[in-house]
Each structure stands twice: as structure tokens, then as C-alpha cells.
Design a protein around this ligand. Structure first.
Ligand code: HEM
Length: 423
């Protein structure tokens, strides 16, 4: 098969080959009891999951829900760490808890490798991506990222109230990953749509989600074809030509990885930048201290990542088992809450407080075990530059309207609307 043949067909032509697995009826009803009926798409969870997680940690360390076909929620550090380190008994076949569960046949690759892959395939798929995300590769992207942050601040003009989420945080990772993939930066509005469909639209009917997946798939196909016509020095041309076990990557591997990089690269970092700015806008003492002592930024940043860890991932139970005092069944979902682990008082002193000069901070915001975030150097560079530029240009700011702040629910949590008053 020639390289071009791999990318000849659109999603609709492939759909017959793709098993979509078990589907569940969406349930939008309000949560009755967080220990037995939790839902990470409930508005109460989106607004403040921490109080719920603290309560669960006391009374039932592994909560359950019948929604999404049956799912567990561990909230203690030890349980989250044990599951993250155990890819024998928990598969990453899908990392999103939603209303359909892909079948075991797609193991060990999964739909979006390497995050959806299990050993031994996972190691090889991850290794392919490592060179693009090393510290030194990332440092080359810093000057352009800094210049872009300055441009975003210039574009705010001299208004008193601006939206730090939609006019600043959101654009930074979108531009960085678009440049890495060699995608048109003016398509950023489409990236936002893809993210919403992938992560926030998890309770939409399965048919709607599959159709949305198809639109994403076809968009990436279009970009791949443009790169085949005109090869470039970027991640897309690299992946199209990459080989594993002596063969070019399969179509679904290439496209799945592009989908992952776009979604994982944008929503996560946008949320981390937004949550950090939200904290500084709501806590003038921390903001003033950080402006006066910029050398504190590295520790402050790690603390924002710990306290407002944006990313929760998922696993599927591979076999019936007892775990953490509960009886799990094969095919149950697990919502793997790194944010809840990061606020476990048995792991961190003053776990519920944000301590911007916290010295020891071995948090799990970037995950634990073999799937630990591949983009962590990139994410840290973007977060540091975004905060440095903002604090240099806008040292005085506060929440313009606390009630107008909207947090995304689901598995990547961060402010999606963040009006701040400058001055
Ligand atoms: C503050 C921003 C970020 C946070 C908090 C974050 C968090 C995470 C977490 C918790 C995991 C583990 C997933 C699991 O155990 O299932 C992960 C994996 C991953 N992240 Fe990030 N991430 C961030 C930014 C990025 C960026 C900028 C990229 C690059 C495009 C990226 C790419 C990935 C990839 C490819 C994986 C899968 C690694 C593997 O399976 O071996 N992430 N991330």
C-alpha cells in the first residue's frame, strides 16, 4: 500500500471497520448522592469538585455510580497511584468516561495512541513522540510563545474588563500546538469545537458523538493530505513518515495521535493558565507577592498545578476484583482523579490551601506511571511564559464578576469564562 492510500478515505468510508462498543442511555438528572450516584458532568461538580472529593475521602474512599454503564471514583492518593501504576488490571483502552465504551478488541492500541494504549505497544508508540517534547526541543519554542503572549496582551487594548480565559489563556496552547503540527493557526476556533465535543460533550447521544468524531477525523485527514502534497518540517510530516516494527503507521494510529495531541495539548494547558490567573485574581496577597518576588514563580506554578490540577483520566477494569474495599467488575469504568489525589491530606500538608512557596510538592497533575504526561515540559514552558508576560504587563487585576466565571465540567477542568478588571 502506498503512503497516499492510507489517507485516501474519509471517516464515513471507514465507519464499518470501527467497532464502537457498548452504548449507554445519557442520564442528565441531578446527582442524588455523591457516594453512590456521582456524575462528573453535574454542574455542582464543575463549580467546586473539591468539597465533594473531601467528603468522599472521609466516608467512602471509592465512590460508585450506575451512570455511564457503571463507574468508580477513587479519591485517595494511594488508590489513584495504585491504579495508575497497574496497567495489568486496568486498561487505558479509553481515557474518557462517557456514554459509550469501546470494545476490548481495540486493545492494546486504543483510539488515540499512546494515551489509549497498553503495554507493550504503549512504550513503542510513546517513544515515537518523545523527541518532539524534550526540554531542549521545547525551549526552542519559547521565544515565539513569549512574543505571541505579548501580542495577545497588546490586542486587549485599554479596556478595564477583559476575559482572561477567552482572550488570553485559550489562545496560547492552541497557537503552540498548531505550529508544532503545521496546522493553520486561523483554524483555532475548530480546535475549540473539537475539544468541547471530545471532553465536554460526553453525555451527548452516542450517534452525535460519533458524528463529531467523524468531523475531527476528516479535518485531520485534510491536514495530512496537505502535508503529503507539500511535506514540511513538523510533527504531521514526521508522523506520516514514521515507522513502527518496520512499517509505516496505520491510518488510525496517525490520525488518533493527531487528535490526542490537539486535544491534550490545548484544553489542559489553557485550563492550567486560566486557573492560575483565576487564583491570582481572587487572592490579592498572592498576586502582590508574586509580582514583588518573581523568583517564586516556579514554586507557585507547581502549587497551582497541584491545587487546580486540570486533568482527570479514566481506566477500564479488566477483570472482576476487590480493590480498596469495593468489588469491581470487568468493564467498569474508573474515573482516575489526579486532582483529588493532589488534595489528599495524607499526602500533602495543608492540602486544601494554596501555598505559593510550598517547598516539597510531588504532585500528580501530570499523572503517575507509564502514561505520565509526555507534554509536561511544553505545558510548564507555556504556563511559565503565560504567567510571566501577564504579570509583567498586567500586575494589578481582580475578578470583575465572580458569578460570571464559568468552569468546564468533565475531565479537564478550568475556567472557560474569566472576566477580570485591570488596575
Ligand atoms: C498543564 C497541562 C497538562 C496537564 C495537567 C496534563 C496532564 C496529563 C495527564 C494527567 C496525563 C496522564 C494520562 C493518563 O494517565 O491516562 C497526560 C498524558 C499525556 N499528555 Fe498531558 N497534560 C498537560 C499538557 C499536555 C501538552 C501540552 C501535551 C502536548 C501536546 C500533552 C500530551 C500528553 C500526551 C501525549 C499524553 C499521553 C502520554 C502516554 O500515554 O504515554 N499534555 N497529561
Amino acid at each position: 500500500m502506498s503512503v497516499d492510500d492510507r489517507f485516501a478515505k474519509n471517516f464515513a468510508d471507514h465507519i464499518e471497520e470501527r467497532p464502537f462498543g457498548t452504548r449507554f442511555t445519557p442520564d442528565d438528572s441531578p446527582v442524588k448522592d455523591w457516594a453512590t450516584d456521582w456524575s462528573h458532568i453535574d454542574e455542582v461538580w464543575a463549580a467546586d469538585p473539591y468539597a465533594i472529593q473531601d467528603d468522599l475521602r472521609e466516608r467512602c474512599p471509592v465512590a460508585h455510580t450506575n451512570r455511564f454503564g457503571g463507574a468508580w471514583l477513587p479519591v485517595r492518593w494511594d488508590d489513584v497511584a495504585a491504579i495508575a501504576h497497574d496497567s495489568e488490571r486496568f486498561t487505558s483502552r479509553t481515557v474518557v468516561v462517557g456514554n459509550f465504551r469501546p470494545p476490548a478488541e481495540i486493545e492494546p492500541v486504543g483510539g488515540i495512541p499512546p494515551i489509549s494504549s497498553d503495554p507493550p505497544f504503549h512504550h513503542d508508540a510513546r517513544k515515537l513522540l518523545l523527541p518532539a517534547f524534550t526540554k531542549s526541543a521545547v525551549s526552542k519554542l519559547e521565544p515565539a510563545t513569549r512574543a505571541f503572549c505579548h501580542k495577545l496582551i497588546d490586542d486587549l487594548g485599554d479596556r478595564d474588563v477583559v476575559d482572561a480565559a477567552t482572550e488570553y489563556a485559550q489562545h496560547i496552547p492552541a497557537r503552540v500546538i498548531a505550529d508544532m503540527l503545521g496546522y493553520p493557526p486561523q483554524d483555532a476556533h475548530l480546535f475549540t469545537e473539537f475539544i468541547e465535543q471530545s471532553l465536554e460533550g460526553i453525555n451527548n447521544p452516542a450517534e452525535e458523538r460519533i458524528a463529531a468524531m467523524g468531523r475531527q477525523f476528516d479535518y485531520h485527514m485534510q491536514q495530512i493530505r496537505a502535508h503529503l502534497d507539500e511535506p514540511r518540517d513538523d510533527l504531521t510530516s514526521y508522523l506520516v513518515n514514521a515507522e513502527l516494527y518496520g512499517n509505516k503507521l496505520e491510518t488510525f494510529h496517525v490520525v488518533g495521535t493527531m487528535i490526542l495531541l490537539l486535544v491534550a495539548g490545548i484544553d489542559t494547558t489553557w485550563s492550567a493558565i486560566g486557573a492560575s490567573l483565576w487564583h491570582l485574581a481572587s487572592n490579592p496577597a498572592d498576586r502582590e507577592r508574586l509580582v514583588a518576588e518573581p523568583e517564586l514563580l516556579p514554586t507557585a506554578m507547581e502549587e497551582f498545578l497541584r491545587a487546580y490540577a486540570p486533568v482527570t483520566m479514566a481506566r477500564i477494569v479488566k477483570q472482576d476484583m476487590s480493590f480498596g474495599g469495593v468489588e469491581m467488575k470487568a468493564e467498569d469504568f474508573i474515573l482516575l482523579s489526579f486532582p483529588a489525589a493532589n488534595r489528599d491530606p495524607s499526602q500533602f500538608d495543608r492540602a486544601a490551601e494554596v501555598v505559593i512557596d510550598r517547598e516539597v510538592n510531588r504532585h500528580a497533575a501530570f499523572g503517575l506511571g507509564i502514561h505520565r504526561c509526555l507534554g509536561s515540559h511544553l505545558a510548564r514552558m507555556e504556563l511559565r511564559v503565560a504567567l510571566e508576560v501577564w504579570l509583567e504587563r498586567i500586575p494589578r487585576f481582580s475578578l470583575a464578576d465572580a458569578d460570571a466565571v464559568r468552569w468546564a465540567g468533565g475531565q479537564v477542568r478550568g475556567p472557560r469564562t474569566l472576566p477580570v478588571r485591570i488596575g
